[in-house]
Design a protein around this ligand. Sequence first.
Ligand SMILES: CC(C)(COP(=O)(O)OP(=O)(O)OC[C@H]1O[C@@H](n2cnc3c(N)ncnc32)[C@H](O)[C@@H]1OP(=O)(O)O)[C@@H](O)C(=O)NCCC(=O)NCCS
Length: 173
Amino acid sequence: MRGPLESTRAMTLAPSPQPALIQTETVFDAAAVARVVEAAFGPGRLAKTAERLREGRDPAVGFVARHDGRIIGSVRLWTVTIGGVPALFLGPIAVERTERNAGIGAELVATCVDWAREAQASGVLLVGDPPYFERFGFQRIDGAVMPGPVDPARLLWLALEAVSAPSGLVRAD
Ligand SMILES: CC(C)(COP(=O)(O)OP(=O)(O)OC[C@H]1O[C@@H](n2cnc3c(N)ncnc32)[C@H](O)[C@@H]1OP(=O)(O)O)[C@@H](O)C(=O)NCCC(=O)NCCS
């Protein structure tokens, strides 16, 4: 039978799970980020309208979730204008399948929103599933026009300024 000392030792030695770290993406992360995004979305992602705002450009910033040195999640923000008003466009956001439902996606979104607020952006636009993004305050934006077909119910906006949502063509700017 184990005495109290042994059980204390066993508890002390038990590995404690390390939380994922959210860090700013660097140039050295590009290949790992590409793998995470490819695994989540597949090659079809390049045909999406959102990609028209990203192709051939560098993001304004990216964040990675790192666990034990390995990148397990990624998100990027891009500068755009909506009817001439500067804003940020979020995406793609992806978390490795085996690491989902642990709050990493939420942390990546929150980090983007903090960064956007600090940058004094008017708001953050994205194309995504409302049931996921509404929890962060994103709401449907009807006046924004993407440079290609998008389900209007999935075009979402988080206002960071107390002004009405911008409207007009969304451009990579
Ligand atoms: C969306 C994604 C980034 C979320 O990452 P995550 O680390 O699992 O997110 P969190 O742990 O913060 O949140 C998990 C919760 O969101 C829910 N959720 C995840 N994706 C969802 C979606 N597309 N629609 C609605 N709810 C969703 C989960 O069911 C879970 O719900 P619960 O809190 O009630 O249990 C991840 O599922 C992913 O990489 N998906 C594939 C790529 C993708 O679809 N990207 C987003 C474009 S819409």
